[in-house]
Ligand binder design. Structure first.
Ligand code: ATP
Ligand code: MG
Length: 368
């Protein structure tokens, strides 16, 4: 897919911006704090309906927005035709339109534009907390499978209700039968989430391993492993998953009541990375961890292509100049002429200039 134009209004430090005739490779240059990340973030928000760096939508609205709202829109060429996408963010929530038609559910809007973002904070996917990895899985699976987002939302609702009930049960005996009902609902949505995550990781593994071998000159074998809070690490069918989930819930019920929280389920699961059999978060060097994150992102591009038959748009925020020339050319060559790319940098130093010939250049200063 290809983004032909973008328009922003009162988005972060952009009062108004319109970019047309975007290129295959777009190089966005500017000093610190001028609006480079804000620009690629806006594309990410249009694709995912949330930012990659904050969960608070109000931070995205310009401080002095006259109507208290931010607007993002883009014209996107897709395999099946051109679409005009619009999003409005305000204190009243978010609205999204496709070709002028307001979408009833945001989860159905997700996927109208597909992006893969690679930013410095992605190193956290390898070395950060399990929550970062779960968010990575949720965002990436959600953008190719709207039904995943549905189950995730339902799961989170049930989880909240169930945890509230657990807290009340600490000092009273009545109300335990309600817990059985929540258990069933929790498990029903939970197994869908776990099954889709395992499926996703298995597919991602195939690409990530081969890309990682390429980047490391064949020297490193990368392995991805789902770490569940119930059942086994292998793929299991839904009936088996359901049995295992229910079993674990019954085994830990007393402990859950004592602690007032739900201890089993996809909200406690994790993903680990192994390089040549050793856990990357523990034994990996900074460079190995960075390369792992890069392999993952590149694998995602192929995976999305496999799922929807089109390449997503690649957003590289501040990361190209961090890579050595070999990794830079691997990155650019793999996707040249296949994947539209937006690259931000503070200057051309450290960039592999040869490879960027033909890029459309934008200079950003103070949100203009
Ligand atoms: P760096 O090279 O340091 O990464 P950048 O060009 O990527 O810089 P951005 O993250 O895009 O910088 O931020 C640019 C500016 O936007 C910052 O100075 C920030 O204060 C400002 N900003 C952030 N949120 C808002 C907002 N809601 N309204 C107005 N300005 C904002
Ligand atoms: Mg930035």
């Amino acid at each position: 897919m290809f983004v032909k134009s973008i328009a922003l209004q009162h988005y972060r430090n952009y009062e108004g911006l319109r970019l047309e005739n975007l290129g295959d490779v777009n190089l966005i240059l500017g000093q610190n704090a001028q609006g480079k990340t804000n620009l690629v973030e806006a594309l990410y928000v249009l694709a995912m309906t949330k930012s990659h760096r904050t969960s608070k939508d109000r931070e995205l609205i310009a401080f002095d927005a006259p109507d208290g709202a931010a607007h993002i829109s883009a014209d996107v060429t897709r395999k099946y035709g051109d679409v005009h996408l619009e999003m409005t963010l305000s204190a009243h929530g978010k609205k999204a339109k496709i070709n002028g038609l307001e979408q009833r559910r945001l989860s159905e809007f997700v996927g109208s534009l597909n992006v893969v973002m690679f930013a410095p904070e992605d190193l956290e996917i390898v070395k950060g907390t399990p929550g970062v990895r779960r968010r990575f899985l949720d965002m990436e699976i959600g953008q190719v499978q709207p039904s995943y987002l549905y189950h995730l939302q339902q799961y989170q609702k049930v989880l909240l209700q169930r945890s509230n009930l657990l807290k009340q049960l600490w000092n009273r005996d009545s109300g335990r039968e309600m817990l059985d009902i929540w258990d069933e609902q929790l498990a029903a949505h939970g197994v869908k989430i776990v099954r889709k995550r395992k499926e996703f990781i298995k597919k991602l593994q195939v690409w990530a391993e081969s890309i990682h071998r390429g980047i490391t000159n064949g020297g490193e074998a990368l392995e991805l492993l789902y770490v569940p809070s119930f059942g086994s690490r292998e793929e299991e069918d839904e009936a088996v998953l359901l049995d295992n989930f229910m079993l674990k819930l019954s085994q830990t019920r007393e402990q859950e009541i004592r602690r007032g929280m739900t201890l089993t389920g996809p909200h406690r699961d994790d993903l680990s990375f192994f390089i040549n059999g050793r856990e990357a978060s523990v034994y990996g060097s900074q460079g190995q961890q960075r390369t792992t994150a890069l392999s993952l992102k590149l694998a995602e591009i192929e995976l999305i292509h496999g799922e929807i038959g089109e390449y997503p748009v690649l957003l590289l925020d501040d990361v190209l100049s961090e890579l050595d020339p070999y990794r830079q050319s691997q990155l650019i060559e793999t996707f040249q002429s296949k994947v539209q790319t937006f690259i931000t940098a503070t200057g051309v130093e450290g960039l592999h200039a040869d490879k960027l010939k033909g890029a459309v250049l934008y200079r950003v200063r103070g949100g203009a």
